[in-house]
Design a protein around this ligand. Structure first.
Ligand code: GAP
Length: 514
């Protein structure tokens, strides 16, 4: 097993042990690719949602929220193109019986050439030391140039095959590249076939096509069909946005890697309606703004990179992923899409209702263009959890596991602990919690030695640990321990609120964005 697999396993087991994520219906041996969020998981999830909602809606006067139903009129999915085009090209290995997305197999193959370039850069940096100029090196080094040309060639061939839905061509390409199944190691492939990813179900008791409805595969369509309602009742002027957080469902054939790819998941999506012709400027604007939102969490800038799409979805004229360095490597965390007027135009066509905006400055009506930002809540959760989980060796040689979750997202902001269970210390600790709990999620902890309690709070990610001891009864002071530095200081109980507010409030995070 390689290091990356080890790290993912560690994250999964830590998440389960401390009540972050459980396999769904585990007493029945679980259900593939479905997970439940436990007592700490739901807190982290809510905090991520809050961070997103506040940054998008509260911080932008031109963005408003929405909570649309999961079930939608079946025509929605005809209009959006999902019935006809929401497919994955899949291929099976006959020996391992494992199923793969054909395009992902090829993209993983291409990634090997990117790794080669990275290795050349490392070598170059070593060789040239201080005077190393990465940009110049990338433009001139013959090995780098050869690999970059190879990547361009492979990507354009893949793009052409995907554009033309050439399934036979995809299979031939996989064979030609000599791609083997990672499990069986053989090239014994089936043909490539298309699978639609939507879950269908029946409305009421009537079976048959007319009554087939789908569980929404993206929340975005709920926003599009409400465009007129929101624009008119909210008296919104272009540019404006509608934001929504909600469940989405996809019958992912290759569901794997914990909560990275699930069949039931949550999206945080925002559609920004702009003037036709101005969409690419807004696309760049949102790409940058969303990247800043991620980086403000302080997990480390090196965890993020952009990936511009070569195959555009049926609705887009530009698209990029904000990728995150998950335990399995760099993968999509958020998509930024320039969706043109595709969706609104289609809904206009299928519903027969005029979906346009009268622009008083231009003195004309048009169907707005749309920039979409779409981030998976579960993927955000995995990003935060995996980047925060650390095994540290301390100065005295002992080990500790710490979950250094950004304080504003941590489930509990502070643990308050009486040094012993007697002499009025528990009562004093509860009194402190009663003063803080209106603003901060607090945990009371009196079991085990104080050292063990510190370790437990480190492991669940509580950023501050307050200990009540005998001196507290005399002078109303406590010790406050910082999860990350493990430093303790003695402070007045009265100062706790200000200290916590300074370090754990969402406000500080939001201020960094403006
Ligand atoms: N409305 C556009 C849209 O749905 P997408 O790239 O298919 O675009 C957007 O999905 C985001 O939703 C992804 O970047 C990812 O974070 C999340 N996502 C998509 N499929 C997922 C799945 N099966 N499990 C968990 N998250 C998923």
């Amino acid at each position: 097993m390689d290091k990356k697999e080890d790290k993912l396993k560690e994250v999964i087991s830590h998440a389960k042990e401390y009540g972050y994520v459980f396999p769904s219906s585990e007493i029945y041996d679980g259900l593939a690719a479905t997970y439940d969020y436990g007592q700490l998981g739901v807190e982290l999830k809510n905090n991520i949602k809050n961070y997103w909602w506040s940054a998008m809606v509260q911080m932008h006067e031109e963005i408003v929220g929405l909570d649309a139903a999961i079930f939608m009129h079946p025509k929605t999915w005809k209009a959006s193109g999902h019935v006809d085009a929401f497919n994955d090209p899949l291929i099976d290995n006959k020996d391992s019986k494992k199923r793969y997305r054909a395009d992902v197999l090829i993209e993983d193959y291409i990634e090997k050439y990117r790794d080669k370039i990275k290795k050349e850069v490392v070598k170059g940096r070593k060789r040239f030391g201080e005077s190393f100029d990465e940009e110049q090196f990338l433009a001139t080094n013959p090995n780098v140039k050869r690999n970059a040309e190879k990547i361009d060639d492979l990507e354009s061939r893949l793009s052409a095959l995907l554009e033309s839905d050439d399934l036979d061509g995809l299979k031939t390409f996989i064979e030609e590249l000599g791609i083997v199944c990672p499990i069986s190691g053989t090239k014994n492939w089936t043909d490539v076939r298309q699978f639609n990813l939507m879950f269908g179900t029946e409305l009421g008791s009537v079976a048959g096509d007319a009554a087939t409805i789908y569980l929404r595969p993206e929340t975005a369509q709920g926003i599009f069909v409400n465009y007129l309602n929101v624009q008119k009742t909210g008296r919104m002027k272009i540019p404006f946005g509608i934001a929504q957080i909600g469940k989405a469902f996809r019958n992912e054939i290759v569901a794997r890697q914990f909560i990275f790819r699930m069949r039931e998941f949550e999206q945080m999506e925002m559609q920004y309606f702009v003037r036709p012709g101005e969409e690419l400027r807004w696309y760049e604007y949102w790409k940058e703004k969303r990247t800043k939102w991620h980086k403000a969490l302080g997990l480390g800038d090196e965890f993020y990179r952009h990936h511009d799409h070569i195959k555009l979805a049926h609705y887009a004229n530009a698209a990029a992923d904000i990728e995150f360095d998950f335990p399995m490597g760099f993968k999509e965390l958020e998509g930024i899409h320039s969706r043109t007027d595709f969706d609104l135009r289609k809904h206009e066509e299928f519903s027969g209702k005029k979906i346009q905006f009268f622009d008083p400055e231009l003195n004309k009506s048009y169907i707005p263009y749309v920039i979409e930002t779409s981030v998976g809540l579960d993927r955000m959760f995995l990003a935060v959890l995996s980047a925060s989980l650390k095994n540290e060796t301390l100065e005295d040689g002992s080990e500790r596991v710490v979950l250094s979750i950004p304080p504003a997202l941590a489930p509990y902001k502070v643990a308050v602990m009486p040094l012993t269970k007697k002499d009025g210390l528990p009562e004093k600790a509860r009194e402190i919690i009663n003063g803080l709990k209106f603003d901060f999620n607090c945990q009371y902890d009196e079991k085990d030695s104080i050292g063990k309690r510190y370790r437990r709070q480190d492991a669940i990610g509580t950023p501050f640990h307050v200990t009540v001891d005998h001196q507290t009864l005399e002078d109303n002071s406590v010790t406050i321990r910082n999860r990350d530095t493990m430093k303790q200081e003695r402070v007045a109980i009265d100062a706790l609120h200000t200290i916590l507010d300074e370090k754990v409030s969402l406000k500080r995070l939001l201020q960094q964005l403006s």
